[in-house]
Design a protein around this ligand. Structure first.
Ligand code: UDP
Length: 351
Protein backbone atom coordinates (compact mmCIF):
# COMPACT_ATOMS: atom_id res chain seq x y z
CA UNK A 1 0.00 0.00 0.00
CA UNK A 2 1.27 3.43 -0.97
CA UNK A 3 1.83 6.50 1.13
CA UNK A 4 1.26 9.68 -0.80
CA UNK A 5 1.96 13.37 -0.15
CA UNK A 6 0.32 16.15 -2.14
CA UNK A 7 1.80 19.60 -1.55
CA UNK A 8 -0.67 22.24 -2.65
CA UNK A 9 -3.47 19.68 -2.44
CA UNK A 10 -6.02 22.29 -1.36
CA UNK A 11 -5.38 24.35 -4.46
CA UNK A 12 -7.28 24.53 -7.72
CA UNK A 13 -5.42 21.77 -9.57
CA UNK A 14 -4.13 20.01 -6.46
CA UNK A 15 -7.60 19.35 -5.07
CA UNK A 16 -8.74 17.80 -8.35
CA UNK A 17 -5.65 15.60 -8.30
CA UNK A 18 -6.47 14.54 -4.73
CA UNK A 19 -9.93 13.48 -5.91
CA UNK A 20 -8.30 11.26 -8.51
CA UNK A 21 -5.86 9.80 -6.00
CA UNK A 22 -8.67 8.99 -3.57
CA UNK A 23 -10.22 6.80 -6.26
CA UNK A 24 -7.18 4.52 -6.06
CA UNK A 25 -7.44 1.41 -3.89
CA UNK A 26 -3.67 0.95 -3.51
CA UNK A 27 -3.20 4.06 -1.36
CA UNK A 28 -3.31 3.74 2.42
CA UNK A 29 -2.67 7.36 3.26
CA UNK A 30 -2.76 10.76 1.54
CA UNK A 31 -1.25 13.72 3.35
CA UNK A 32 -2.10 17.11 1.90
CA UNK A 33 0.34 19.86 2.86
CA UNK A 34 -0.99 23.30 2.08
CA UNK A 35 -0.34 26.70 3.65
CA UNK A 36 -3.66 28.01 2.23
CA UNK A 37 -1.89 30.92 0.56
CA UNK A 38 -3.84 30.41 -2.65
CA UNK A 39 -5.48 27.10 -1.72
CA UNK A 40 -8.81 26.85 0.05
CA UNK A 41 -10.00 24.31 2.60
CA UNK A 42 -13.37 24.33 0.87
CA UNK A 43 -11.74 22.67 -2.16
CA UNK A 44 -11.50 19.45 -0.14
CA UNK A 45 -14.61 19.90 2.01
CA UNK A 46 -16.58 17.42 -0.11
CA UNK A 47 -14.46 14.44 0.93
CA UNK A 48 -14.49 12.63 4.27
CA UNK A 49 -12.18 9.79 3.21
CA UNK A 50 -10.45 8.46 6.35
CA UNK A 51 -7.16 8.08 4.42
CA UNK A 52 -6.87 11.83 3.83
CA UNK A 53 -5.27 14.26 6.29
CA UNK A 54 -4.70 17.94 5.67
CA UNK A 55 -1.79 19.74 7.30
CA UNK A 56 -1.63 23.51 7.14
CA UNK A 57 2.06 24.21 6.67
CA UNK A 58 4.53 25.74 4.28
CA UNK A 59 6.11 23.00 2.21
CA UNK A 60 9.59 24.28 3.02
CA UNK A 61 9.19 23.61 6.74
CA UNK A 62 6.89 20.60 6.64
CA UNK A 63 7.91 17.98 9.20
CA UNK A 64 7.03 14.31 8.95
CA UNK A 65 8.14 10.97 10.36
CA UNK A 66 6.70 9.27 7.32
CA UNK A 67 8.63 8.66 4.14
CA UNK A 68 6.37 8.81 1.10
CA UNK A 69 6.22 6.50 -1.91
CA UNK A 70 4.73 9.19 -4.11
CA UNK A 71 5.12 12.94 -3.74
CA UNK A 72 3.19 15.42 -5.85
CA UNK A 73 4.38 19.00 -5.59
CA UNK A 74 1.80 21.51 -6.82
CA UNK A 75 2.43 24.05 -4.07
CA UNK A 76 2.88 27.36 -5.85
CA UNK A 77 0.79 30.32 -6.85
CA UNK A 78 0.23 30.25 -10.60
CA UNK A 79 -1.57 33.52 -11.21
CA UNK A 80 0.53 36.56 -12.14
CA UNK A 81 -0.97 39.00 -9.58
CA UNK A 82 -0.30 36.52 -6.78
CA UNK A 83 3.27 35.60 -7.61
CA UNK A 84 4.18 39.15 -8.65
CA UNK A 85 3.06 40.37 -5.22
CA UNK A 86 5.23 37.85 -3.35
CA UNK A 87 8.13 36.83 -5.59
CA UNK A 88 10.46 35.66 -2.83
CA UNK A 89 7.79 33.44 -1.35
CA UNK A 90 7.05 32.04 -4.83
CA UNK A 91 10.70 31.13 -5.38
CA UNK A 92 10.88 29.59 -1.95
CA UNK A 93 7.71 27.52 -2.42
CA UNK A 94 9.02 25.97 -5.61
CA UNK A 95 12.75 25.59 -5.05
CA UNK A 96 13.06 25.20 -1.28
CA UNK A 97 9.71 23.41 -1.10
CA UNK A 98 10.92 20.79 -3.56
CA UNK A 99 14.24 20.43 -1.74
CA UNK A 100 12.39 19.79 1.50
CA UNK A 101 9.99 17.29 -0.06
CA UNK A 102 12.80 15.36 -1.76
CA UNK A 103 14.09 14.56 1.72
CA UNK A 104 10.77 12.85 2.45
CA UNK A 105 10.78 10.60 -0.61
CA UNK A 106 11.06 6.90 0.22
CA UNK A 107 13.72 4.85 -1.55
CA UNK A 108 12.40 3.91 -4.97
CA UNK A 109 9.59 6.48 -4.67
CA UNK A 110 8.38 8.81 -7.40
CA UNK A 111 8.51 12.60 -7.29
CA UNK A 112 6.03 14.47 -9.50
CA UNK A 113 6.08 18.20 -10.16
CA UNK A 114 3.82 20.57 -12.01
CA UNK A 115 5.98 22.95 -13.98
CA UNK A 116 4.62 25.45 -16.45
CA UNK A 117 4.57 26.64 -20.03
CA UNK A 118 6.03 29.83 -18.55
CA UNK A 119 9.41 28.13 -18.85
CA UNK A 120 9.09 29.05 -22.55
CA UNK A 121 8.66 32.75 -21.68
CA UNK A 122 7.48 34.78 -24.67
CA UNK A 123 8.20 32.00 -27.16
CA UNK A 124 9.89 32.65 -30.48
CA UNK A 125 8.66 29.40 -32.01
CA UNK A 126 5.21 27.86 -32.11
CA UNK A 127 4.06 25.36 -31.05
CA UNK A 128 6.56 24.86 -28.24
CA UNK A 129 8.14 21.40 -27.93
CA UNK A 130 9.80 20.40 -24.66
CA UNK A 131 13.18 20.80 -26.37
CA UNK A 132 12.59 24.54 -26.84
CA UNK A 133 14.74 26.32 -24.27
CA UNK A 134 12.56 29.35 -23.96
CA UNK A 135 12.71 33.09 -24.05
CA UNK A 136 12.56 34.15 -20.43
CA UNK A 137 13.76 37.41 -18.88
CA UNK A 138 15.36 36.48 -15.57
CA UNK A 139 14.94 40.06 -14.33
CA UNK A 140 11.39 40.55 -15.64
CA UNK A 141 8.13 40.78 -13.67
CA UNK A 142 7.33 37.10 -14.25
CA UNK A 143 10.77 35.88 -13.33
CA UNK A 144 9.97 34.68 -9.80
CA UNK A 145 7.53 32.18 -11.23
CA UNK A 146 9.24 31.32 -14.51
CA UNK A 147 12.70 30.96 -13.09
CA UNK A 148 11.70 29.11 -9.95
CA UNK A 149 9.89 26.56 -12.09
CA UNK A 150 12.94 26.30 -14.33
CA UNK A 151 15.27 25.97 -11.34
CA UNK A 152 13.05 23.29 -9.81
CA UNK A 153 13.10 21.36 -13.06
CA UNK A 154 16.90 21.60 -13.00
CA UNK A 155 16.96 20.38 -9.41
CA UNK A 156 14.74 17.38 -10.19
CA UNK A 157 16.41 16.30 -13.40
CA UNK A 158 19.83 16.64 -11.83
CA UNK A 159 18.66 14.52 -8.86
CA UNK A 160 17.49 12.01 -11.41
CA UNK A 161 20.76 12.07 -13.34
CA UNK A 162 23.08 11.94 -10.35
CA UNK A 163 21.09 9.81 -7.88
CA UNK A 164 18.60 7.99 -10.08
CA UNK A 165 15.54 9.57 -8.42
CA UNK A 166 12.29 8.79 -10.26
CA UNK A 167 11.02 12.13 -11.47
CA UNK A 168 8.01 13.13 -13.51
CA UNK A 169 7.48 16.71 -14.60
CA UNK A 170 4.44 18.14 -16.39
CA UNK A 171 4.56 21.55 -18.04
CA UNK A 172 1.02 22.91 -17.74
CA UNK A 173 -0.54 25.40 -20.14
CA UNK A 174 -3.23 27.82 -18.88
CA UNK A 175 -5.58 25.62 -16.89
CA UNK A 176 -9.07 26.84 -16.00
CA UNK A 177 -12.25 25.44 -14.52
CA UNK A 178 -14.21 24.87 -11.31
CA UNK A 179 -12.40 25.63 -8.01
CA UNK A 180 -10.49 28.57 -9.41
CA UNK A 181 -10.60 31.27 -6.73
CA UNK A 182 -12.93 34.14 -7.65
CA UNK A 183 -10.02 36.48 -6.88
CA UNK A 184 -7.46 34.31 -8.67
CA UNK A 185 -6.73 36.97 -11.28
CA UNK A 186 -6.31 34.82 -14.38
CA UNK A 187 -8.23 35.41 -17.57
CA UNK A 188 -11.15 32.97 -17.64
CA UNK A 189 -12.14 33.35 -14.00
CA UNK A 190 -11.61 37.12 -14.12
CA UNK A 191 -13.87 37.45 -17.14
CA UNK A 192 -16.60 35.33 -15.61
CA UNK A 193 -16.57 36.79 -12.11
CA UNK A 194 -16.51 40.37 -13.30
CA UNK A 195 -19.27 39.85 -15.84
CA UNK A 196 -21.39 38.08 -13.25
CA UNK A 197 -21.35 41.12 -10.97
CA UNK A 198 -22.02 43.55 -13.81
CA UNK A 199 -18.45 44.87 -14.04
CA UNK A 200 -16.81 45.21 -17.44
CA UNK A 201 -14.55 42.41 -18.57
CA UNK A 202 -11.03 43.85 -18.63
CA UNK A 203 -8.77 42.84 -21.50
CA UNK A 204 -5.11 43.80 -21.22
CA UNK A 205 -3.97 45.40 -24.46
CA UNK A 206 -5.76 44.59 -27.70
CA UNK A 207 -6.45 41.00 -26.65
CA UNK A 208 -4.75 39.50 -29.68
CA UNK A 209 -2.29 37.67 -27.42
CA UNK A 210 -3.19 34.01 -27.35
CA UNK A 211 -3.14 31.06 -25.00
CA UNK A 212 -4.01 27.37 -25.14
CA UNK A 213 -6.79 26.99 -22.59
CA UNK A 214 -6.98 23.59 -20.93
CA UNK A 215 -10.09 22.52 -19.06
CA UNK A 216 -9.29 21.11 -15.62
CA UNK A 217 -10.74 17.62 -16.17
CA UNK A 218 -8.64 17.07 -19.28
CA UNK A 219 -5.51 18.37 -17.59
CA UNK A 220 -5.96 16.22 -14.48
CA UNK A 221 -6.58 13.20 -16.69
CA UNK A 222 -3.26 13.97 -18.40
CA UNK A 223 -1.53 14.35 -15.03
CA UNK A 224 -2.94 11.07 -13.71
CA UNK A 225 -1.74 9.25 -16.81
CA UNK A 226 1.70 10.86 -16.67
CA UNK A 227 2.19 10.62 -12.91
CA UNK A 228 0.92 7.13 -12.08
CA UNK A 229 -1.23 5.40 -14.68
CA UNK A 230 1.39 4.87 -17.39
CA UNK A 231 4.67 3.00 -17.05
CA UNK A 232 7.05 5.57 -18.48
CA UNK A 233 10.67 5.19 -19.39
CA UNK A 234 11.20 8.78 -20.42
CA UNK A 235 13.54 11.34 -18.99
CA UNK A 236 12.36 14.90 -19.39
CA UNK A 237 9.39 17.20 -18.94
CA UNK A 238 6.10 16.61 -20.76
CA UNK A 239 3.79 19.33 -22.09
CA UNK A 240 0.25 18.87 -20.81
CA UNK A 241 -2.27 21.26 -22.30
CA UNK A 242 -4.75 21.98 -25.01
CA UNK A 243 -3.15 22.66 -28.39
CA UNK A 244 -6.05 24.73 -29.65
CA UNK A 245 -4.74 28.29 -29.42
CA UNK A 246 -7.31 31.03 -28.91
CA UNK A 247 -6.89 34.77 -28.43
CA UNK A 248 -7.72 36.44 -25.14
CA UNK A 249 -10.27 38.63 -26.90
CA UNK A 250 -12.11 35.62 -28.29
CA UNK A 251 -12.42 34.15 -24.80
CA UNK A 252 -13.60 37.51 -23.44
CA UNK A 253 -16.19 37.80 -26.21
CA UNK A 254 -17.40 34.26 -25.61
CA UNK A 255 -17.86 34.90 -21.88
CA UNK A 256 -19.66 38.14 -22.71
CA UNK A 257 -21.99 36.28 -25.08
CA UNK A 258 -23.06 33.99 -22.23
CA UNK A 259 -23.81 36.71 -19.69
CA UNK A 260 -26.35 39.23 -20.94
CA UNK A 261 -25.40 42.86 -20.44
CA UNK A 262 -21.65 42.18 -20.36
CA UNK A 263 -19.23 44.76 -21.68
CA UNK A 264 -15.54 44.53 -22.54
CA UNK A 265 -13.01 47.28 -21.91
CA UNK A 266 -9.35 47.40 -22.86
CA UNK A 267 -6.61 48.68 -20.55
CA UNK A 268 -2.85 49.01 -20.98
CA UNK A 269 -1.06 45.81 -21.94
CA UNK A 270 0.78 44.10 -19.12
CA UNK A 271 4.58 44.38 -19.42
CA UNK A 272 6.16 41.22 -20.84
CA UNK A 273 2.82 39.52 -21.36
CA UNK A 274 3.68 36.56 -23.62
CA UNK A 275 2.19 37.08 -27.08
CA UNK A 276 1.42 33.42 -27.74
CA UNK A 277 1.52 30.00 -26.15
CA UNK A 278 0.75 26.60 -27.62
CA UNK A 279 2.04 23.16 -26.64
CA UNK A 280 3.59 20.74 -29.04
CA UNK A 281 1.96 17.56 -27.74
CA UNK A 282 4.01 15.03 -29.70
CA UNK A 283 5.71 13.66 -26.57
CA UNK A 284 2.47 13.56 -24.55
CA UNK A 285 0.65 11.72 -27.29
CA UNK A 286 3.49 9.21 -27.65
CA UNK A 287 3.68 8.48 -23.93
CA UNK A 288 0.04 8.81 -22.84
CA UNK A 289 -1.77 6.73 -25.40
CA UNK A 290 -5.25 8.01 -26.16
CA UNK A 291 -4.96 11.16 -24.05
CA UNK A 292 -5.98 14.48 -25.49
CA UNK A 293 -7.89 17.58 -24.40
CA UNK A 294 -11.44 16.64 -25.24
CA UNK A 295 -13.31 19.66 -23.86
CA UNK A 296 -13.49 22.62 -26.26
CA UNK A 297 -13.19 26.03 -24.64
CA UNK A 298 -16.84 26.80 -25.33
CA UNK A 299 -17.92 23.79 -23.26
CA UNK A 300 -15.29 24.38 -20.59
CA UNK A 301 -16.17 28.03 -20.17
CA UNK A 302 -19.88 27.17 -19.88
CA UNK A 303 -19.14 24.58 -17.18
CA UNK A 304 -16.90 27.03 -15.33
CA UNK A 305 -19.55 29.73 -15.52
CA UNK A 306 -22.14 27.32 -14.13
CA UNK A 307 -19.82 26.44 -11.26
CA UNK A 308 -19.31 30.11 -10.39
CA UNK A 309 -23.06 30.64 -10.49
CA UNK A 310 -23.55 27.69 -8.12
CA UNK A 311 -20.89 29.09 -5.81
CA UNK A 312 -22.64 32.42 -5.70
CA UNK A 313 -25.75 30.73 -4.39
CA UNK A 314 -23.71 29.33 -1.52
CA UNK A 315 -21.80 32.42 -0.60
CA UNK A 316 -22.78 35.87 0.60
CA UNK A 317 -19.90 37.82 -0.83
CA UNK A 318 -16.94 37.25 -3.08
CA UNK A 319 -13.83 39.21 -3.75
CA UNK A 320 -13.63 40.58 -7.21
CA UNK A 321 -10.61 39.49 -9.17
CA UNK A 322 -7.39 41.39 -9.18
CA UNK A 323 -6.72 43.52 -12.21
CA UNK A 324 -3.18 44.32 -13.22
CA UNK A 325 -2.49 48.01 -13.66
CA UNK A 326 0.63 49.36 -15.25
CA UNK A 327 2.32 51.96 -13.06
CA UNK A 328 4.17 54.96 -14.56
CA UNK A 329 7.51 53.15 -14.28
CA UNK A 330 6.18 50.33 -16.43
CA UNK A 331 5.71 47.78 -13.68
CA UNK A 332 2.50 45.75 -13.56
CA UNK A 333 1.01 46.01 -10.10
CA UNK A 334 -1.92 44.03 -8.82
CA UNK A 335 -4.81 46.18 -7.66
CA UNK A 336 -8.09 44.99 -6.25
CA UNK A 337 -11.22 46.70 -7.47
CA UNK A 338 -12.53 49.18 -4.93
CA UNK A 339 -15.90 47.50 -4.96
CA UNK A 340 -14.39 44.12 -4.35
CA UNK A 341 -15.76 43.08 -1.02
CA UNK A 342 -19.13 44.71 -1.21
CA UNK A 343 -20.47 42.84 -4.21
CA UNK A 344 -22.11 39.49 -4.29
CA UNK A 345 -21.99 37.17 -7.24
CA UNK A 346 -25.41 35.97 -6.15
CA UNK A 347 -26.79 39.33 -7.10
CA UNK A 348 -26.00 38.61 -10.70
CA UNK A 349 -28.30 35.65 -11.02
CA UNK A 350 -31.18 37.55 -12.40
CA UNK A 351 -29.02 39.14 -15.04
N1 UDP B 1 -5.77 38.78 -19.19
C1 UDP B 1 -6.65 39.81 -19.48
N2 UDP B 1 -7.52 40.21 -18.49
C2 UDP B 1 -7.55 39.64 -17.26
C3 UDP B 1 -6.65 38.59 -16.97
C4 UDP B 1 -5.77 38.19 -17.97
O1 UDP B 1 -6.67 40.35 -20.59
O2 UDP B 1 -8.38 40.06 -16.43
C5 UDP B 1 -4.86 38.31 -20.25
C6 UDP B 1 -3.40 38.37 -19.88
O3 UDP B 1 -2.86 39.64 -20.22
C7 UDP B 1 -2.80 37.25 -20.72
C8 UDP B 1 -3.92 36.24 -20.82
O4 UDP B 1 -5.12 36.93 -20.50
O5 UDP B 1 -2.48 37.71 -22.00
C9 UDP B 1 -3.76 35.08 -19.90
O6 UDP B 1 -3.50 35.59 -18.61
P1 UDP B 1 -3.51 34.67 -17.34
O7 UDP B 1 -3.18 35.54 -16.17
O8 UDP B 1 -4.76 33.88 -17.30
O9 UDP B 1 -2.34 33.62 -17.60
P2 UDP B 1 -0.81 33.81 -18.05
O10 UDP B 1 -0.56 35.26 -18.35
O11 UDP B 1 -0.02 33.34 -16.91
O12 UDP B 1 -0.70 32.98 -19.27
Amino acid sequence: MRRVLVAGGAGFIGSHLVDRLLARADIERIVVVDNLWTGLRSNLAHTSDYRLSIVQSDTETFQSDIMFDEIYNLASPASPPWYMKEPERTISANVLGTMRLLALLAKGGTFCFTSTSEVYGDPLITPQPESYRGSVDCTGPRSSYDESKRCTEALLFEKSRVQGTNVRVARLFNVYGPRTRPDDGRAVSNFITRALVGQPIVVYGDGRQSRSWGYIDDIVEGLARLFWLTPIDHRGPVNIGNDREISVLEIARYVASLIPGSTIIHVDPVPQDPTNRRPDLTVAHQLLKGWTCWVPYEEGVRRTLQWFRDQALNSAAHQLPQILQTSPNGVAEPIVSATATSMSLAGSHSR
